[in-house]
Design a protein around this ligand. Sequence first.
Ligand SMILES: Cc1cc2nc3c(=O)[nH]c(=O)nc-3n(C[C@H](O)[C@H](O)[C@H](O)COP(=O)(O)O)c2cc1C
Length: 404
Amino acid sequence: MALSKLQRTRLARVLNYEDARRLAKRTLPRGVFDYVDGGAEDEVTLRRNTEAFQELRFRPRMGIWVAEPAVSTTLFGQHVSFPVLTAPCGGMRLVHPQADVGVARAAASAGTIHVVSSASGFSLEEIAESSPDRHWFQLYRYRGRGGMENLVHRAKAAGYQAIVVTVDIQVGAKRERDWRNGFSYSMRVNVANALRLGPQLARRPFWLARYILDGMPFQLANTAGMTPDAVPMALPEMTSAGSHSPTWDDVAWVRQNFDGPVLVKGVLTAEDGRKALDMGCDGLVVSNHGGRQLDGAPATMDVLPEIVEAVGDQLEILADGGVRRGGDVLKALALGAKAVLLGRPYVWGLALGGQDGVAHMVEMVRTEMQRSMQLMGCSSIHDLDRSWLMPPGNALNRSGILPD
Ligand SMILES: Cc1cc2nc3c(=O)[nH]c(=O)nc-3n(C[C@H](O)[C@H](O)[C@H](O)COP(=O)(O)O)c2cc1C
């Protein structure tokens, strides 16, 4: 009881994503915070994702009173109360014991969808039960085709509405913060690890107590029945035999074996957008894995227009990477995305308050979105197009005020 009051007080202080990040940093051990917060190598792509959003400018229309901006939409015929889904994030049991179940419940009660990671902390069946009709499944390839097929069959049986095939983890990236911290979420509990991580953990006694009470879960729940070397992402070396992200051949297999919508996550070029279309996919997620894989990959907002132009009239296009504010959602929609996935901000919320913390962050994005629409004179997300954004480049140059 006292703890939940503390949680509520803490959440009340979270006015924006940066507050959540700062408090999450004080809550989580360094290794866990950095695992969530960090990216690959120099983190150029990680930073560029948010910069690209910040560089986009609205072209607001004045003198229009919008009482209730319309933000609901449908994705493959499924109604969502607003176009923000929660992104698949593995390792969440380290962040909070409620992990994916808390996230899925928060997303469902907000009227949206959680994309459940293959690397979830609870089994895909447990998560499906916690949020009926409101979950898609994100697919990795564990132990060759066999592990992947196992997950697809189970996702089908558990009633997942769509499969999102992530194609950008060919190998584990060089995430230097994780390497330095000696962190891996498939670590074993043993003396060596206890000695190595002890000092970080001792500084976060609340987290440690919570984690011990949760039974110190290190295992990826969905691979529990598979052989140990099937478990991927054993950072720093993720790849064990066959445990890399699916290839286009695997996408073709999924397409043949799953009746619902199939999306490819990790598309960054028009060419791959066309490929997804040729493979019979229904949608795609423009994503660079939140800057956690190939450093030097473009920001998603930099490439979204070319992908929309190539396949936007035939595929439902979603995007993620750097969505921090409700206004960012509007910018992605104006560039042609149908919806976005929220990543790190909800994970920081999870660290602070479990399901309530996720709900707090999701609701914050929704209210920011609606307020920005009122300030823009935009009554419906379905009206958003490029005319609501300044063309790229220096605005003063374009208006002829400054010489080129
Ligand atoms: C801690 C963490 C774990 C992630 N795990 C997965 C995963 O298991 N599968 C996946 O497809 N993407 C994963 N991602 C990438 C997210 O789905 C999403 O693409 C990314 O977080 C978006 O960037 P943003 O968090 O900066 O907005 C993960 C991201 C984070 C931060």
